[in-house]
Design a protein around this ligand. Sequence first.
Ligand code: SAH
Length: 254
Amino acid sequence: MGTRPSFPARLNNGPAPVAAPARPRAALPPVAAPVSARADFSAMRQRMVRRLAAGGVQSAAVLAAMGTVERDRFIDSALVAQAYEDTSLPIGLNQTISKPNVVARMCELLLGAELAREGKPARVLEIGTGCGYQAAVLSLLAREVYSIERLRGLHEKARENLRPFRLPNVHLLFGDGMAGYAKGAPYAAIIAAAGGEAVPQAWLDQLAVGGRLVAPVAGQGGQQALVVIDRTAQGLRQQLLEAVHFVPLKSGVA
Ligand code: SAH
């Protein structure tokens, strides 16, 4: 202990960009220019943060986390130019990385209510690791992040994507998140990145008193909306928020 730099510092400590060798002026442009590309991405990321703030994200902690995690590192190279646009993008196996404003909005909701008074939520469970981007954002907002993914290919991809960030508080799990993850319970916050017909009972059972769950849930006609459920000492309190579009929550592993 004590020698570890703070998380934002670690997040910026990805693999060092390789310095491009000096080349004559007439040379073809390099295929990849890591140094300038990283600088461009940093400027794009700060613009994204300003758009998030202009769009209503208020939490300084969430804005700082969104400004720290390099979303471009989670996007396939063919699509990387769009890494900081407010759009969801394919990550393979028919799944998508969520839009930045949805990630920020959900994180802000998690930090809301009773959690805010105690500072960082203690333990967070994320259902649907996907490429691992949101888990990295959550790692800056929570003490421990448990993130579960049902597709082995994506679980492994997330592991690879997150390796350079070296986040000791992110625990990637392979399994069916419909059952939650009892070993880490109770959670101060549970966040789902995939939407089912209803919130599985296991998630409610694993939510701490004072804790909050944020998940997309399909209503009549299949249209999803964001649902926030708070567990209070008196019981569960539910709020239905705006319409959203998440990939379906599926059971079993593949
Ligand atoms: N948070 C992710 C978003 C990924 S999309 C990111 O930042 O990239 C949602 C993910 O939920 C998909 O990868 C999908 O495979 C996964 N998923 C769907 N149902 C699941 C379940 N029952 N358990 C775990 N993961 C599930």
